[in-house]
Design a protein around this ligand. Structure first.
Ligand code: NAP
Length: 256
């Protein structure tokens, strides 16, 4: 597939897991990719090397998406290197559990800063450039936690992810006249570092089993499953779709 030949993408939080899968899939389609990370430089460089090994172009850029100056520097560096930004995938996220009664101010603030303000900042800085070129695709990563029903111990995470769904709609409304599509993918359970968290092997297997039982398809998602949906929204095949959220969750029974 060469849908992305001559396109340039910034993928936030691309040093591992879902972001890594998205970066590799875009590169496979011919896209030049900025692999953003905050701490995991070696892992980000491994993604860049994998892309180069397949004949693609990529660079890694360190940037905390919750900091405006760092976000502005990241997009300036992208334009210096590749000349433009066609695609932004707002994937970076953190997950700190906790019910309403357990959530500290610190946890609340970090969830909102990375998962919601990070999407706002990257979208705004990228969109200012995309507006000038009258072209852009922004794909946000929310979560089924933010989609509808409340789940155990995920208060601030779920609220941040619900915010991403509304931000997708508001951004799509504002940017449509500039030929910029903004859509969102809401993954279900995907086998990643985030989902595993600090659980032991046995605890993690129990979580996966519970998630599989909730999914009509009875399987756990992979980063590639999410990347496939992101690629659709990042491509011109979705030119008549904007402001929408697609659940990629194996058909969670409580959402059907
Ligand atoms: P992950 O394995 O924890 O990876 C998160 C990525 O985000 C890492 O590359 C991390 O890089 C980066 N990151 C974290 N904070 C950052 C910041 N402030 N600035 C820039 N990068 C930052 O998580 P994942 O499971 O792949 O999740 C990716 C996205 O999917 C998240 O938005 C998550 O909420 C969403 N999601 C995941 C699942 C799931 O089951 N896994 C389900 C629904 C939604 P560093 O290590 O360098 O910080």
């Amino acid at each position: 597939m060469s849908d992305f030949k001559d396109k340039v993408a910034v993928v936030t939080g691309a040093s591992r897991s879902i972001g890594r899968g998205v970066a590799l899939a875009l590169a496979e389609g011919g896209c030049s990719v900025v692999v953003n990370y905050r701490k995991s430089r070696d892992e980000a460089d491994e993604v860049v090397n994998s892309i180069k090994m397949m004949g693609g172009k990529a660079i890694s850029i360190k940037c905390d998406v919750s900091k405006r100056d760092e976000v502005e520097d990241m997009f300036a560096a992208t334009i210096d290197e590749f000349g433009k930004v066609d695609i932004l995938v707002n994937n970076a996220g953190v997950a700190h559990g906790g019910s309403l009664l357990e959530t500290t101010d610190e946890i609340w603030d970090i969830q909102m800063a990375v998962n919601l303000k990070g999407v706002f900042l990257c979208s705004q800085v990228a969109a200012r450039h995309m507006v000038e070129r009258n072209y852009g695709k922004i794909v946000n990563i929310s979560s089924n936690s933010g989609f509808g029903i409340a789940m155990n111990g995920e208060t601030s995470y779920a609220v941040s992810k619900a915010g991403v769904i509304q931000l997708t709609k508001s951004s799509a409304f504002d940017l449509g006249k500039h030929n910029i599509n903004v859509n969102c993918v809401a993954p279900g359970a995907v086998d990643t570092v985030m989902l595993r968290g600090k659980r032991s092997e046995a605890e993690y297997e129990k979580v996966l089993e519970g998630r599989r039982n909730r999914a009509s398809l009875g399987i756990t998602g992979t980063p590639e499953d999410i990347a496939n949906a992101v690629l659709f929204f990042a491509s011109d095949k979705s030119r008549y779709i904007t402001g929408k959220t697609l659940l990629v969750d194996g058909g969670r029974r409580d959402f059907l």
